[in-house]
Design a protein around this ligand. Structure first.
Ligand SMILES: [Zn+2]
Ligand SMILES: [Zn+2]
Length: 97
């Protein structure tokens, strides 16, 4: 179910999409500029299978996006706490190398 006013439910294609299927999509996050997996439903409770699937897609997109750069999966939802999404973020100190 879509929640009115939820940015993730609106799923506007303002940034490139890296993957999409029936459960989720992976897009570049507008604010962070890194791959972000978004559940296609407005909820945060996900089954282990759904979580595995989404994190798997995010890690694949992260490998394509970052190449040799290492990254980690950040499941903290800072701006939209009530809709499941996760970011693939680079380790900051790797930039110094
Ligand atoms: Zn939502
Ligand atoms: Zn973000």
């Amino acid at each position: 179910m879509a929640e009115p006013g939820c940015e993730l439910c609106e799923a506007q294609r303002i940034t490139p999409w890296l993957h999409e299927d029936d459960l989720c999509f992976v897009a570049e996050c507008e604010s962070c500029g890194v791959p972000m997996v978004v559940l296609r439903e407005h909820r945060v409770e996900v089954s282990e299978a759904e979580l595995d699937h989404m994190i798997g897609r995010l890690e694949q997109a992260g490998r394509d996006f970052f190449g040799e750069r290492r990254f980690f999966v950040d499941k903290v939802r800072r701006q939209i706490p009530d809709h499941f999404h996760a970011h693939a973020r680079p380790y900051l100190f790797d930039r110094l190398r």
